[in-house]
Design a protein around this ligand. Structure first.
Ligand code: HEC
Ligand code: HEC
Ligand code: HEC
Length: 303
C-alpha cells in the first residue's frame, strides 16, 4: 500500500557556525518535528520485503543478498527487471530463456558477471544451479527462515522525490559523502548533484535493526552516541545522531589521516550497545552499511 504523501517539513535551515580563528564547528537544526508533521514522504514501493515470493530458502537468500539491491521492484542501479520472486525469475527474458537461466549464465560469466564485478562464492552458484537444473520449482521458504527481510520499523520515510532538499535529515540510509562528492553510488544520486562544501569525514545513519530500508526514519533513543575511535584507541569524536532520521555526521575539517584506520562504539547513556571492531579507512559509513550490507557489514549500524 503506497500512500501519496507530501513532504511538509518546513525547513528551518542549517547554520554553519564559525568561531573566529577556530576550527569551524558544523551545527544544523533538526528540521523535522514529528509532533506537527503527520507525513514525511512515500515509502519506497513494496519490494522484496513482501514475502519470500515462492522460492526455496537457499535461492531466496542468494537473490536477496546478492541481487536485490539492484533487481528489486522497481529496479535500481541500471538494472531493468526485478529478480527476487519465483514469478520474476521464471518469466521469459527477451532471449526466450527464463530469467533464472539467464541469471545462472550471468553468475558464471567471467567477463560480465552478475552481480557486476563481484563473482559469487561457488557454493551460492551451485545452489542456484541445482535449483535451475531441477526445473526452477516453486519453494516454500517462509519469512522467518533467516532470509534477510528489508523493512522500515518506523514505517515513515523521507520522500525519495525530495532527496536534494537542503536538510540535515536528508536521505537516511544513503551514502552521504559519496553523493556530496557528486558520485552516483548505487544509483542514489540520479541527478548527479553535489555538495562539496560538506564532505563529511564521517557520516551515516543509525537504525533500530539491520535491514532497514533506504530513506526509512529511525527515531533514535535519547542518550545514543556514535564514538569514532582512532587507531591508538583514543575517542576522537562523539557524534549525536539526529533523533528522527538517525543521521549523524562530523565536521569535514576533522579529516585526520593519523586517526585512520578507525573503529566505532555506539553507546546509550555511556554503555556500549554495538561496536565495530574491524578497523576501517572510509568514513562514509553507508557505503558498507546498506540495506543488506556490503563488504562484510551485516546491514545497518544499529543502536
Ligand atoms: C543524493 C545525494 C545526497 C545524499 C545521499 C545525501 N545528501 Fe546531503 N546534500 C545533498 C545536496 C545536493 C545538498 C545541498 C542542497 C541544496 O543546496 O539545496 C545537501 C545538503 C546537506 C546538508 C546541509 C543542509 C542544510 O540545512 O544546509 C547536510 C547537513 C547534509 N546534506 C547531510 C547529509 C547526510 C548526513 C547524508 C547521509 C545520511 C546526506 N546528506 C546524504 C545531497 C545528498
Ligand atoms: C549493482 C547492481 C546489480 C546487481 C547487484 C545485480 N545486477 Fe543483474 N543487472 C544489473 C544491470 C545494470 C543489468 C543490465 C546490464 C547488463 O546486462 O549487464 C543487469 C542485468 C541482469 C540480467 C539480464 C541480462 C541478461 O544477461 O539476461 C540478469 C539475468 C541479471 N542481471 C541477473 C542478476 C543476478 C542473478 C544477480 C545476483 C546474483 C544480479 N543480476 C545482481 C545490475 C545488477
Ligand atoms: C568498508 C566497509 C565499512 C565501512 C565504511 C563502515 N563499516 Fe561498520 N562494519 C563493517 C563491517 C565489516 C562490520 C562487521 C564487523 C565488525 O563489527 O567489526 C561492521 C560493523 C559495524 C557496527 C556493529 C554492527 C551493528 O549492528 O551496529 C557498527 C556500530 C559500525 N559498523 C559502525 C560504523 C560507522 C559509525 C561507520 C562510519 C563512521 C562504519 N561502521 C563504516 C564495515 C564497514
Amino acid at each position: 500500500m503506497s500512500k501519496q504523501l507530501i513532504v511538509l517539513a518546513v525547513l528551518v535551515g542549517g547554520v554553519v557556525a564559525v568561531a573566529c580563528g577556530q576550527t569551524p564547528a558544523l551545527t544544523f537544526q533538526n528540521n523535522i518535528d514529528p509532533a506537527t508533521e503527520t507525513s514525511f514522504g512515500t515509502l519506497p514501493p513494496p519490494d522484496y520485503d513482501g514475502g519470500i515470493g515462492g522460492l526455496p530458502c537457499d535461492v531466496a537468500t542468494v537473490v536477496r543478498t546478492r541481487c536485490a539491491s539492484c533487481h528489486r521492484n522497481p529496479p535500481t542501479g541500471n538494472a531493468t527487471m526485478p529478480l527476487t520472486t519465483w514469478a520474476e525469475l521464471t518469466a521469459a527474458s527477451p532471449s526466450g530463456a527464463s530469467y533464472a537461466a539467464r541469471s545462472l549464465l550471468r553468475m558464471k560469466d567471467t567477463t560480465s558477471p552478475m552481480p557486476p564485478g563481484a563473482p559469487l562464492p561457488a557454493s551460492e552458484i551451485a545452489a542456484f544451479e541445482a535449483w535451475v537444473n531441477g526445473g526452477a520449482k516453486m519453494g516454500t521458504c517462509s519469512a522467518d527462515a533467516g532470509v534477510p527481510m528489508v523493512t522500515c520499523t518506523a514505517n515513515q520515510s523521507w520522500a525519495t522525490a525530495n532527496r536534494y532538499l537542503e536538510n540535515p535529515e536528508m536521505n537516511p540510509g544513503l551514502a552521504c559523502r559519496s553523493c556530496h562528492d557528486g558520485q552516483n553510488f548505487k544509483g542514489q544520486n540520479p541527478s548527479l548533484r553535489s555538495k562539496r562544501s560538506l564532505l563529511f569525514t564521517f557520516a551515516g545513519t543509525i537504525y533500530p535493526g539491520q535491514n532497514q530500508k533506504d530513506f526509512c526514519f529511525s527515531y533514535v533513543p535519547a542518550g545514543t552516541t556514535v564514538e569514532i575511535i582512532d587507531r591508538t584507541g583514543q575517542v576522537q569524536l562523539t557524534l549525536t545522531p539526529l533523533r528522527v532520521s538517525g543521521n549523524f555526521f562530523s565536521d569535514r575539517l576533522t579529516t585526520t589521516p593519523v586517526w585512520l584506520p578507525y573503529t566505532v562504539k555506539v553507546k546509550r547513556n555511556g554503555a556500549v550497545v554495538s561496536e565495530m571492531t574491524t578497523p576501517q579507512m572510509n568514513g562514509d559509513c553507508n557505503v558498507c552499511h546498506t540495506e543488506l550490507g556490503e563488504q562484510g557489514a551485516p546491514g545497518r549500524i544499529t543502536y
